[in-house]
Design a protein around this ligand. Structure first.
Ligand SMILES: [Mn+2]
Length: 308
């Protein structure tokens, strides 16, 4: 039996909604069902929480006497707050490929679309002895929705939808959660229009190249602008699409790019320029303008090879 009077919950750096939703969902569930325990949701990175509360803090001594749960984090060096390693007992719960097993106990389900899916099934199996509150359900639903891009990705399974269905039965406010997570500001809406107006289409490839002045005009960083890649992602005629953004530093004329495809392996193209990623979604950094043009040419020619 593990002593777990103190439970510390960790997430990965630059946390997404699955990491935060799992972290706070687990925290609330533990607090509500085990009121005598001290439960802390940790993370040194602040100000990235969106609609989640601020993280708790803990000194080294508390962490050393705690059982640590590390969520949504494949590798140890990605954990926000390396002190997790000092905890008396460590439990890894994740859905990424377990290339780097760590911790004293591992619960890794690569078929799960989100860690929030794993937790939803766990909590459902422990009913009715242990309760699940509305706020816990809302946290987990946020993670499910974002890691599956609203149940649209290939990792959305019957199990994912069963978890969502069970969470919905707790009375979550589905339209409000959708709005909270996905509604744009008016500025973002206008920028989406600019992205669409700037697209250059060659054969079945769509591409947007934004220079430094475009980013300045729109008060966007390169990575914020490239996050609009999905604006190009739902056109039947497009087989590949990409956004390139020039570096903001006026001394540095290089570009970063986000590449997408329906079928061809854009990560193979990205790899030739020092980038990488998944088959249909890859990224590449520090490109000359010539590199950018070459990459666009390669995306077009790969598609035509595939078509033959
Ligand atoms: Mn995740």
């Amino acid at each position: 039996m593990i002593a777990a009077d103190i439970i510390t919950i960790f997430r990965h750096q630059r946390p997404d909604c699955d990491a935060l939703g799992a972290q706070f969902g687990l925290k609330y569930w533990l607090q509500e069902n085990f009121p005598d325990k001290t439960v802390l949701a940790l993370g040194l990175e602040q100000g990235i929480q969106g609609d989640f509360p601020a993280s708790d803090t803990a000194d080294d001594d508390i962490i050393r006497h705690s059982t640590a749960v590390i969520l949504d984090t494949a590798g140890q060096d990605m954990v926000d707050d390396a002190r997790f390693a000092q905890a008396a007992f460590r439990i890894k719960i994740d859905h990424h490929p377990d290339h780097e097993p760590y911790g004293d106990l591992r619960c890794v389900d690569e078929k799960a679309a989100a860690v929030c899916e794993i937790l939803a099934h766990l909590f459902a199996s422990l009913e009715p002895e242990y309760n699940v509150s509305l706020r816990t359900a809302e946290c987990l639903y946020r993670g499910l929705l974002t890691d599956t891009l609203c149940f649209r990705t290939a990792n959305t399974t019957a199990s994912t939808l069963a978890a969502a269905s069970w969470l919905a039965s707790k009375g979550i406010h589905i339209p409000e959660l959708n709005r909270e997570l996905f509604d744009q500001t008016l500025h973002e809406f206008s920028f989406s229009g600019f992205i669409r107006r700037s697209v250059v289409i060659r054969e079945s490839s769509a591409c947007v190249i934004l220079n430094r002045q475009d980013l300045l005009d729109w008060h966007m960083t390169g990575s914020e602008a490239r996050n609009f890649i999905d604006e190009l992602g739902h056109v039947r005629e497009f087989q590949t699409w990409a956004i390139f953004t020039q570096h903001e530093d006026p001394e540095d004329d290089r570009y970063d790019g986000s590449l997408r495809s329906k079928h061809i392996a854009v990560n193979e193209i990205a790899r030739q320029y020092g980038g990488g990623g998944h088959r249909n979604a890859a990224g590449v950094k520090n490109l000359s303008r010539t590199d950018v043009d070459e990459i666009i040419d390669k995306m077009i020619s790969e598609v035509s090879v595939c078509d033959q």
